[in-house]
Design a binder for this molecule. Structure first.
Ligand SMILES: [Zn+2]
Length: 464
C-alpha cells in the first residue's frame, strides 16, 4: 500500500510509544516498495518494504502464542519476521507500516460504505469480523514484532535501545454515559401507554408494560417516594471510592426529541451531581449528542454549556450511541478544543476497533496529517455484550479477563463503559452484585486506575 511520508511518520510516532532507540533516527531507516531494487550502496539500514497490494489481505504468523494476521502480504513467498542481508541491512519480512496504518488510522471505515441505521460503521463489515480477530490488539502485536527487529538492529550496531510500556502492569479506565436519569419520567410513562396501545413497538410484554405504567404513576404521585431507579449515582460513587477507583461521567444534553437525554445541564440535580463528582476526584466529560457528530457549532455550544456548570472546560468526549463519522467527527472535536475522544469501539461488539490498546492520534486524510486530538480506545461497553450479543453476565466476565490479559502483555489499557441506567435491580435482577464483583476482580489484577483526563496527563510525560 502506498504511504505518504506523513503516513510513515505517523506509524513511527506510535512505534515510539513502545521503544526508544537511535535505530529509529531518520537516517537509520528507509522505506521502499517491495519490488524496488536494493542498491548496493545501502548499508546498515533498517528497510521497511511496502507491499504492492492495495486492499488488505492477510498472512498468518504464529507469534506470542497466537495466530496473528498481518495485512498486506508481499507477492513473494512467506518470509520470516525480519532478516539481515550481506550489507548489514535489516529487512522486515512483512509490511508492518501499512498494517499498522490501516488499522490505527481507521482507513477501512473510509473504504467501506455500509452504515447502520444510526450512521455507524457496522462490525459485520469490518476486517476484524472477516478475520475473526476483534478480540486481539493486532497493532500491539505488530509493534512488538517491529520492536524485536529493532532490538536486533540496535545490538548489531551498538545503538541505545530501550523498551517502553505505558503501564508497568496495565491501565484501567472506567466510564459512565449519563444517558438517562429517570426511569419513571412522565414522557417515558406516556410512551409506555403508547406501546400498550400498539402505537409503538413493545420493549416488554404487554402485562409488564401495564405494570410499569401503574408503578410509574404511583411513583410520580407518591410524596414520600424513594429515588428513581436510574438516579443511582450515590451508589456508583460510594462503590468506586471504596475500591479506589475514579471514573469519568459523560453528560448528555437534551436536544431534539428522544434520541438524546431528558435533562439539561443546569437542572439543580445535575448541577449538584457534577459538583459532587468534581470534588470527589471524578472526571466530568461531554457526551456529544446525535447531531454533534457532524455539526461543529452544535458541539461547541454543548461544550460551552457544560463548561459553565463545571467551572472549567471538559477535556474528554464520548459520542452518544458511539455514533461517529471518521474522520469528520474528530476534526469537529479537535477544533472545539477537546483533548481526547473515547467513542471508538464497535457498538455491537466489544474488542479493538482500531486494533490497539494504547491511546493514539487519529489521521486527517484530507490534509494528510496526524491530528492533535487523542483517542482512548473503548474496549468494552456493557450494552454490546448484554444487549447486542444477548449474552449474560458470565460471558461478559470471561471477556473482561481476556482483555485484561491482552492489556497486561503490552502494558496497555482496558477501558470499560457501564451505563448508570443498567445498574438498577428494578430492571436487571442481580446486576448490582455482578457489577460490584466485576470491579473487585478487576482491581485484584492491580491495574493503574485513571480517568481519561489523568491518562492524558500521564501520556504527556510518557511521550516526552
Ligand atoms: Zn449515550
Amino acid at each position: 500500500m502506498f504511504l505518504s511520508a506523513n503516513k510513515v511518520a505517523y506509524v513511527i510516532f506510535h512505534l515510539k510509544q513502545h521503544v526508544s532507540t537511535k535505530a529509529l533516527d531518520k537516517d537509520n531507516y528507509i522505506v521502499l516498495n517491495e519490488n524496488d531494487e536494493l542498491l548496493s550502496n545501502i548499508k546498515n539500514k533498517i528497510i521497511f518494504l511496502l507491499s504492492e497490494a492495495s486492499v488488505p489481505d492477510s498472512a498468518f504468523v504464529s507469534f506470542m502464542g497466537r495466530n496473528i494476521p498481518v495485512l498486506f502480504p508481499f507477492s513473494g513467498s512467506q518470509q520470516e519476521l525480519f532478516r539481515f542481508d550481506e550489507n548489514g541491512n535489516l529487512i522486515f519480512g512483512f509490511d508492518f507500516l501499512s498494517s499498522v496504518f490501516y488499522l490505527l488510522s481507521g482507513q477501512q471505515e473510509m473504504e467501506v460504505s455500509q452504515r447502520d441505521r444510526y450512521g455507524r460503521f457496522p462490525f459485520a463489515y469490518s476486517l476484524q469480523c472477516r478475520l475473526g480477530c476483534v478480540h486481539l490488539p493486532l497493532v500491539n502485536y505488530y509493534m512488538e514484532m517491529l520492536v524485536q527487529g529493532l532490538e536486533s538492529f540496535a545490538t548489531e550496531n551498538s545503538l541505545p535501545f530501550r523498551r517502553k510500556r505505558l503501564f508497568d502492569n496495565l491501565g484501567f479506565v472506567l466510564s459512565h454515559d449519563v444517558d438517562r436519569i429517570s426511569f419513571h419520567h412522565p414522557f417515558r410513562i406516556l410512551f409506555k401507554v403508547k406501546q400498550f396501545l400498539g402505537l409503538a413497538p413493545l420493549h416488554y410484554s404487554r402485562s409488564k408494560t401495564i405494570k410499569l405504567i401503574f408503578e410509574g404513576i404511583i411513583f410520580r404521585i407518591n410524596p414520600f417516594r424513594k429515588e428513581d431507579p436510574w438516579w443511582n449515582f450515590d451508589w456508583i460513587v460510594a462503590l468506586e471510592k471504596r475500591l479506589g477507583i475514579r471514573s469519568t461521567f459523560f453528560f448528555l444534553k437534551q436536544e431534539d426529541r428522544f434520541d438524546n437525554s431528558l435533562y439539561k445541564f443546569h437542572f439543580k440535580k445535575i448541577k449538584n451531581l457534577i459538583k459532587e463528582l468534581k470534588s470527589g476526584g471524578f472526571e466530568v466529560g461531554l457526551h456529544g449528542t446525535m447531531r454533534s457528530v457532524a455539526d461543529r457549532e452544535n458541539l461547541v455550544k454543548q461544550k460551552n454549556d457544560l463548561s459553565k456548570i463545571l467551572g472549567e472546560s471538559p477535556v474528554g468526549i464520548r459520542q452518544h450511541y458511539l455514533r461517529f463519522f471518521q474522520p469528520e467527527t474528530f476534526t469537529i472535536q479537535e477544533s472545539a478544543g477537546l483533548k481526547y475522544d473515547t467513542s471508538l469501539g464497535f457498538a455491537e461488539q466489544d474488542g479493538y476497533r482500531n486494533g490497539y490498546c494504547y491511546p493514539f492520534h487519529p489521521y486527517d486524510f484530507e490534509k494528510d496529517r496526524m491530528m492533535k486530538i487523542w483517542e482512548i480506545p473503548l474496549v468494552m461497553m456493557e450494552v454490546s455484550v448484554l444487549q447486542y450479543r444477548r449474552e449474560g453476565f458470565e460471558p461478559l466476565k470471561k471477556s473482561v479477563s481476556h482483555y485484561i490479559e491482552e492489556a497486561k502483555k503490552f502494558g496497555g489499557l482496558f477501558s470499560l463503559l457501564w451505563h448508570n441506567c443498567r445498574l438498577s435491580e428494578y430492571e436487571y435482577n442481580g446486576v448490582t452484585v455482578f457489577y460490584e464483583t466485576l470491579l473487585e476482580e478487576i482491581m485484584e489484577e492491580n491495574p493503574k486506575v485513571l480517568t481519561g483526563k489523568q491518562l492524558m496527563e500521564e501520556r504527556e510525560e510518557f511521550n516526552a
